[in-house]
Ligand binder design. Structure first.
Ligand code: ADP
Ligand code: MG
Ligand code: MG
Length: 906
């Protein structure tokens, strides 16, 4: 990610005209292929690949992403060398199709399509039917013997071009069209007559002129240069930039432009356009899955202009609609043959776009389809069984972060609920939140800490930020392939789409369903798995993991070298983590046990004690409770390693924080109020993070650790005496100096041995330390003399190495990341150069001193896939993370191992 800025600036310094920048695709002559996404963009590369595979693709050419950099560099103008090359390519298409661009008898028309390396909403919308004007439209009418089609294409062209190239507000023309339909009492666009369309074209052109001050361009070439420039310009629109930032896409990549001859799905009832997935993108089921519209063009299907029909007979019959399979059996059969070919070729589920012109099928796009995590797992397993992919491919294709979706709660089927409406189950999950009607509002409410559901008639690329901020998305229009559905699935967000039983009124910010009226801020619940919408908040249940999840995890386990443990302080967490596959506890924070209602007062008595005697008295009360805590954890973990960290936080955290609380406590435990107040005051610290905490507590009050070690040893004795195996790992936090650990290790060993003698049992145990101070890392060789293990506390190590307080960094860290000073938030993903360097140093030095040294990490980073890769590379023994991230770490560790062997063998 570091390369983002340097790539951009170096390319700025020496931009050279590329040797080739126009890549042709037509049957028998194709310059590109699927591996050339970097210069052709995903769409262009796949158009070339499909053409080479012999699929019917309308011929055209791609202007490479490299030209985008030149265009931006020149402040938004096309370099002089682009036009002649494009003119040559157009001439070639003319020859192949025996039509002429701008011809008044048989005109060639183009679509102009953007296409970056990664599929990217936020880029320019496609322009169709480019090349039409008052003369060529007549030619098209004559050549096709279908004037209605010609004028429909023309009015569409003006709508698209004025919107995306001339920057006109598209709703103005939309409203004009709707008004005319109302006036004529039409329900559908397809009812518009030739005269209606001619009238609209004239009206549109006038409106464009009056609102933009520009004449709608009549010259086809002027139209073409305008459209190409608009595609390149769209690379730097705010919404494209937002999307890039969200997905770590470097600005230097640029977009390509595809100029492709048109085929027409709007030629009548023997024509159609559609989109399809080779498998169900929501469940992963192996069924051909898609939607289409008869007599329609381009984005009509996704935009929800009419309700699209399912492609297959089976799916359509459920909705009482005719299918493509029945209406156009020949084209359907071809489509089936093509999708199978594509899936086998790409060895992955494909998302395809097609158009049927007078019964003839044309393929317009293919790409690896976005899918939910649930679908991704099922598809991977099925493709393994079909021998389409290998284990390694399956694992490398699954994004560890996406597993997070599966680990979220779903709605409790037994909960009481009031059904409001049913839409399409576009993306699964059970979420509830307050409704808002705009993306801006979703973002603002989220920042205020609210959970929101974004309710829209439909979404567009401008809504990305709002969709990110929302818990879930509800739309009233659009199908399973609508923008909302596709984007939500990609994000792993719950989405109910096309829910026409809900009425949305943006003006009053209300939503109606089943006679209820909901205002902004009212709570609803969505079930993205069934498409249901419920009133109020519905209870949820923990996630249920299926066989596909288990199978993929088992495969991952065969590949990974890193062990995966969990951070757990309670039996509940420990139990859950085991179900997720944790191989031990890497961090049990004992302070959480101190906060329990039944013991906090005993903890306070211990803190308030005036002398060792009083302190020991209070600790005696705590001992049995701590012993019980550990015993439970040991039982659940059943022989797996358990690392227990001795008390870490500064003591004042356990005392009351304000006067009222202080008064109450003084009454309850019979401790003089003024003395209590001054005690609280005396424990105040300016920098508690760097204050009297961690092992420093035990240097001054050894009795605390003594009690904790005794509790651990006594619990271990019970386990061992019952005939079970256990090797407890006792961890001393915040060690900076060798001597600290030496002293506390001695104390620990003495205490354990005492217990062993009292109970007459023997068991092995380890004494180790957290490495969370730079001094500990750089003196690791000495520290390792007293440590059986190192556990890197990378949260604190990040704070102390960067001198950055996690709780205060929020204000400025964002600017550091967006300004490229730091590649990523160092609390999320390990700072490899700094903190990571210390980890590696300490591991190497520690092992030099003690070859058997166990090493692990127990910070948040232990569940971050990129950090896990790093920990694999530096050779740690294990990572430990929160229970929900255990599966993510297992997959990440396997992927790191696979990529590691790849990079050494190649
Ligand atoms: P997106 O990147 O949003 O998917 P596309 O460039 O794929 O945009 O274009 C959207 C739709 O426009 C396509 O699905 C297809 O229906 C239509 N389209 C694009 N190019 C052509 C063409 N050459 N002929 C007919 N329709 C086209
Ligand atoms: Mg497309
Ligand atoms: Mg710490």
């Amino acid at each position: 990610m570091n390369t983002t800025t340097s790539e951009a600036s170096s390319s700025r310094q020496n931009l050279k005209q590329p040797d080739q920048f126009v890549y042709f695709f037509s049957a028998g002559e194709t310059d590109g292929n699927a591996s050339m996404k970097n210069i052709l963009g995903g769409k262009g590369a796949n158009l070339a690949e499909m053409t080479s595979l012999g699929l019917p693709v309308p011929p055209g050419f791609t202007i490479s992403t490299e030209v985008c950099a030149h265009f931006c560099e020149a402040g938004g103008t096309l370099p002089s060398w682009v036009k002649p090359a494009a003119e040559q390519a157009v001439a070639k298409v003319e020859k192949i199709l025996d039509k002429k661009f701008g011809d008044t008898t048989n005109p060639l028309l183009f679509s102009v399509r953007s296409g970056a390396r990664a599929s990217m909403p936020g880029m320019m919308d496609t322009i169709l039917n480019l090349g039409l004007n008052d003369q060529t439209v007549e030619g098209l009418a004559k050549a096709s013997q279908n004037p209605r089609f010609a004028w429909d294409s023309y009015r569409r062209f003006i709508q698209m071009y004025s919107d995306v190239v001339m920057g006109m507000n598209s709703s103005m023309l939309e409203v004009t069209l709707e008004d005319l339909k109302d006036e004529k009492k039409y329900k559908l666009d397809t009812e518009l007559t030739v005269d209606d369309l001619k009238h609209l074209v004239k009206k549109f052109k006038d409106l464009v002129h009056s609102s933009t001050g520009q004449i709608f361009p009549t010259s086809p070439w002027e139209q073409l240069w305008g459209a190409i420039s608009a595609v390149f310009s769209s690379w730097n629109t705010p919404r494209a930039i937002t999307y890039r930032e969200l997905h770590d896409i470097p600005a230097a990549w640029g977009t390509a432009v595809n100029i492709q001859s048109m085929v027409f799905g709007n030629m009548g009832d023997d024509s159609a356009t559609g989109v399809a997935f080779t498998r169900d993108p929501s469940t992963g089921e192996k069924v051909f899955y898609g939607e289409f519209l008869v007599n329609a063009q381009g984005e009509d299907v996704v935009a929800g202009i009419r309700t699209p029909q399912p492609i297959t007979k089976e799916a359509a019959s459920k909705m009482g609609l005719p299918s493509l399979e029945e209406l156009m059996p020949k084209a359907y059969a071809q489509l089936v043959e093509n999708y199978k070919k594509l899936e086998t070729h790409y060895r992955d589920m494909q998302d395809i776009e097609f158009t049927i012109e007078r019964g003839t099928l044309w393929m317009l796009q293919t790409r690896n389809g976005k899918r939910t995590a649930k679908a991704a797992l099922k598809i991977a397993c099925d493709m393994l069984d079909e021998k389409l992919i290998t284990n390694e491919m399956a694992l490398l294709r699954l994004e560890p972060h996406s597993l997070d979706q599966l680990l979220h709660p779903t709605l409790d089927p037994k909960a009481n609920k009031t059904l409001l409406a049913k839409g399409l189950p576009a993306s699964p999950g059970g979420v509830c939140g307050k409704i808002v009607f705009s993306s801006e509002e979703a973002v603002i409410w989220k920042e205020k800490g609210e959970k929101v559901i974004l309710v829209r008639v439909e979404t567009s690329p401008e809504d990305i930020a709002g969709m990110v901020a929302a818990q879930g998305i509800l739309t009233t229009r659009g199908g399973m392939t609508s923008h909302a559905a596709v984007v939500a699935r990609g994000m792993g967000k719950c989405c109910v789409a096309g829910c026409s039983e809900v009425d949305v009124d943006y003006a009053t910010e209300t939503m109606r369903a089943k006679g209820y009226v909901f205002k902004k801020g009212d709570v609803i619940t969505l079930d993205g798995g069934t498409g249901e919408v419920f009133q109020g908040e519905v209870k949820t249940i923990p996630p249920q993991l299926d066989q596909y999840f288990e199978r993929v995890m088992k495969i991952a386990d065969q590949y990974r070298r890193l062990k995966v443990r969990t951070n757990a302080d309670t039996p509940r967490d420990a139990q859950m983590a085991r179900e997720f596959g944790a191989e031990g506890i890497g961090l049990c924070r004992t302070e959480h046990m101190f906060f329990g209602a039944d013991r906090i007062d005993a903890v306070r008595e211990m803190i308030l004690a005036e002398n060792k005697f009083e302190r020991e008295k209070a600790l005696t009360k705590l001992l049995p409770m701590q012993r019980e805590d550990f015993l439970q954890l040991f039982k659940i973990m059943d022989g797996l390693p358990v690392t227990i960290r001795l008390l870490d936080p500064p003591l004042h955290e356990f005392l009351p924080h304000d006067d009222a609380e202080t008064k109450e406590l003084s009454n309850r435990i019979g401790y003089d109020y003024d003395r209590l107040r001054s005690k609280v005051k005396s424990l105040h610290e300016f920098n508690p993070m760097l204050g009297h905490r961690g092992c420093r507590l035990a240097i001054t009050f050894p009795e605390i650790y003594e009690m904790q070690v005794r509790a651990i040893a006594e619990a271990a004795s019970v386990i061992v005496q019952s005939g079970k195996k256990l090797v407890p790992e006792i961890m001393i936090p915040l060690v900076g100096m060798e001597k600290e650990l030496a002293l506390l290790r001695e104390l620990t060993i003495k205490t354990v041995e005492k217990v062993q003698k009292e109970k007459s049992v023997q068991f092995d145990y380890l004494v180790g330390t957290m490495i969370e101070l730079p001094r500990a890392a750089v003196t690791a060789e000495n520290i390792a003399q007293h440590a059986d293990f190192f556990s890197f506390g990378t949260n604190d190590l990040t704070q102390t190495t960067l001198g950055l307080s996690r709780d205060d960094a929020g204000k400025f860290l964002g600017s550091y990341v967006s300004g490229g000073i730091l590649p990523k938030d160092p609390f999320v993903s390990i700072d490899r150069e700094g903190v990571g360097y210390l980890v590696k140093l300490a591991v190497d030095m520690g092992r030099r001193c003690r070859p058997s040294l166990k090493t692990g990490v127990c910070g948040e980073h232990g569940g971050d896939p990129e950090s896990v890769e790093f920990f694999h590379q530096v050779g740690l023994d294990y990572v430990s993370c929160s229970p929900f991230r255990v599966p993510i770490a297992r997959l990440a560790a396997a992927r790191a191992a696979i990529s590691g062997t790849k990079s050494t063998t190649h």
